[in-house]
Ligand binder design. Sequence first.
Ligand code: COA
Length: 228
Amino acid sequence: MGLRTVECTSPDALFTAVYRELFAPSFPPEELESEAALARALHAGSASLFAVVDEAGGPVAAAFGEWSAAARVQLLTYLAVGPAARGGGIGGRLLREAVRSWAARRDPCLVLAEIEDPDAPADEAHGDPRRRLAFYEAAGAKVLDVPYFQPGIGGPGARVHGMLLLVLHAAPQLTRGEAVDGGALRTFLEEYLEEAEGTIARDEETAALFAALDRPGGVPMGHWRPGS
Ligand SMILES: CC(C)(COP(=O)(O)OP(=O)(O)OC[C@H]1O[C@@H](n2cnc3c(N)ncnc32)[C@H](O)[C@@H]1OP(=O)(O)O)[C@@H](O)C(=O)NCCC(=O)NCCS
């Protein structure tokens, strides 16, 4: 099929096509930042975008990530393969390529991803959460043992509940055996909450999340188990 992976370093025509043709149809609106916000992050250099394109240069799959220098955390924000190309191994290859590039470029760092918890009520229109988790676990992802929610774009009322936070890469400097440095995760989440919600709200859900990050010995990571 003549596919190749390219990196998009500015909000150009390829970025626009990726956003409109791949991301917008693949994610529920509450999980997807605006096109302008992603364009700004790309322009500022804090975000990066890898796209798999066909012979005509059209996007077939894309991985968008945002970097927190303070926390040394790279978040895989969005990964999508066009519906016609799913199930052919393109997503798995792009995921591994993007994680490898970010880890090499940023190390020591953590590469994280957020996905829906298969135990939570599913939004079937946007894919099967259990198959999606299996896809990430096949690429080596581990699930962090925290009561995670996706910060609300615009405020705490817009939070996405029933999410898992995954580790796709963890540098030895940021791990202790099968646990991840809670300080790096705290810095990352404080920054994320402030950026998305405008503040760090003092509610029970946020307190429970931070308590899980502050455990002595770090935050355990492992395979997902139903009901865990
Ligand atoms: C999840 C996704 C990126 C996988 O890419 P892909 O190229 O189809 O995946 P691969 O061919 O490399 O691997 C196949 C595996 O992906 C997963 N997968 C494929 N289609 C899927 C779908 N519609 N929903 C959930 N998972 C899916 C399954 O685990 C599948 O293995 P299986 O067929 O044995 O169940 C792609 O299906 C997609 O874009 N889904 C919609 C957006 C999304 O869920 N993004 C991830 C959250 S950030």
